[in-house]
Design a protein around this ligand. Structure first.
Ligand SMILES: Cc1cc2nc3c(=O)[nH]c(=O)nc-3n(C[C@H](O)[C@H](O)[C@H](O)COP(=O)(O)OP(=O)(O)OC[C@H]3O[C@@H](n4cnc5c(N)ncnc54)[C@H](O)[C@@H]3O)c2cc1C
Length: 380
């Protein structure tokens, strides 16, 4: 499927979003840099961002969203990511949660969706566990029926937005297999503990603990036992979005590398005029552009209602690994300055290293891709 050029409306929306981000969000994230942004402060940011359509861009107008295309949404995510990886990831999770709530009962949807779309509430998706990462089918968190309730016990880990979260859409194992249950932190109760990482510490990645947590079965999203199928569907969308986040990161690294190469002088001339530096800039730009095209192709396919699991895996693997290469080149191009806190590129590299891991590692994407092409599974 060919990539469609953005319309004038999409370009206009992305331009005004970029101006807002530079004026209002960039100063705040610069102040925090690697420090944790407290929930109330993050909420101030997500509320402002919600005015520009994220996270509800693709949510139909009748449910309070903007009713825009995934292609347009991808452009907004690129802008947000180019300014803050932390805030972008937080909003991206709320975006996935908003889409998932569209499959919930009207009562659940109407209770949680408006808050998510307004940037007031934080949701999270609990799939991974200490012993369950790449192989989602092995999930151990148990949901045992007790009349019209479920009793949940178990532990989730690496949960983005976990510490901020007002509710979690938790993947649990029951008698009929995996299911998704919405658990409210206040009403049903769960504990969280934030995880310190090499980067992305301004947002929250957390462990989530359930201990005899009682939740009514009306909080099931879709039917009992439909969790594995729906988790895979969530991944299809999430992978292209994670790819697009990498595009934003690459763009920030490239823009700063271009600016630096135009002013830094060595051997009596600006380094952009040294051919090896020029080649580095060209390579970075090509990786960025190819990644953007691959991700936007997936968004175009989602908009057209076409199956795109193969393309989403390719886009995710290519874009996230390209971001590692581009950000590494950005540090190299900055020389010694590149590894100091005075410049952003060291932070970009630390962030880039993380992104090939969530929503299926690069190795897992390659296994998906080859299985789709050959029909043979090389997973075990
Ligand atoms: C920043 C961040 C945010 C995250 N957010 C969330 C979230 O919001 N919700 C959530 O549920 N999870 C989240 N995750 C978890 C993420 O999805 C898992 O980390 C990921 O699926 C990998 O699982 P693992 O870390 O347990 O690694 P493992 O599955 O233990 O893999 C370890 C290594 O072995 C490789 N490997 C595993 N199996 C195979 C195989 N068959 N063939 C070849 N290589 C293999 C992997 O590629 C990897 O390199 C997040 C993770 C990160 C880092």
């Amino acid at each position: 499927m060919p990539y469609e050029l953005p319309t004038d409306d999409m370009t206009l929306a992305a331009d005004s979003f970029r101006k807002f981000l530079h004026a209002e969000i960039k100063p705040v994230v610069k102040e925090y840099r690697d420090r944790h942004i407290p929930k109330e402060k993050m909420r101030e940011l997500t509320r402002q961002i919600a005015n520009f359509g994220l996270p509800g861009c693709t949510v139909p107008i009748e449910h309070g969203g903007m009713g825009w295309t995934y292609s347009a949404q991808g452009m907004l995510f690129e802008e947000l990511m180019a300014v803050s990886c932390d805030v972008a990831i937080c909003v991206m999770i709320n975006n996935g949660i908003a889409r998932r709530l569209l499959s919930a009962s009207p009562a659940l949807r109407d209770r949680y969706l408006p808050g998510i779309l307004a940037g007031e509430l934080f949701g999270c998706a609990g799939i991974s566990e200490p012993d369950v990462g790449s192989n989602v089918a092995e999930i151990k968190t148990r949901a045992v029926r007790d009349g019209s309730d479920f009793i949940i016990n178990g532990e989730k880990t690496w949960i983005t937005n976990g510490h901020y979260s007002d509710f979690i859409i938790c993947t649990v194992k029951g008698e009929k297999g995996l299911s998704h249950i919405l658990v409210d932190r206040q009403e049903h109760g769960y504990e969280t503990r934030n995880i310190e990482k090499i980067a992305l510490n301004s947002q929250s990645t957390a462990q989530v603990f359930f201990s005899d947590t009682r939740v009514p079965d009306s909080n099931l999203i879709d039917g009992e036992g439909e969790g594995l199928k729906n988790t895979m569907r969530m991944f299809e969308h999430a992978r292209a979005h994670v790819g697009m986040l990498s595009v934003g990161l690459m763009r920030a690294a490239l823009e700063e590398s271009i600016a630096y190469s135009q002013q830094r002088k060595q051997f009596g001339k600006i380094i952009a005029s040294h051919q090896l530096v020029a080649a580095k800039i060209a390579n970075m730009a090509m990786l960025l552009d190819a990644s953007r095209l691959m991700c936007q192709r997936v968004f175009g396919m989602i908009d057209a209602g076409v199956r795109c699991d193969l393309e989403a895996s390719m886009a995710k693997a290519f874009a996230t690994e390209s971001a590692v290469r581009v950000c590494r080149d950005a540090v190299q191009l900055h020389g010694g300055n590149g590894i100091t806190k005075e410049f952003n590129v060291e932070k970009y590299l630390r962030e880039a290293i993380i992104i090939p891991i969530p929503d299926g590692t690069t190795e897992i994407q390659r296994l998906f891709i080859s299985r789709r092409l050959t029909g043979i599974s090389a997973f075990v």
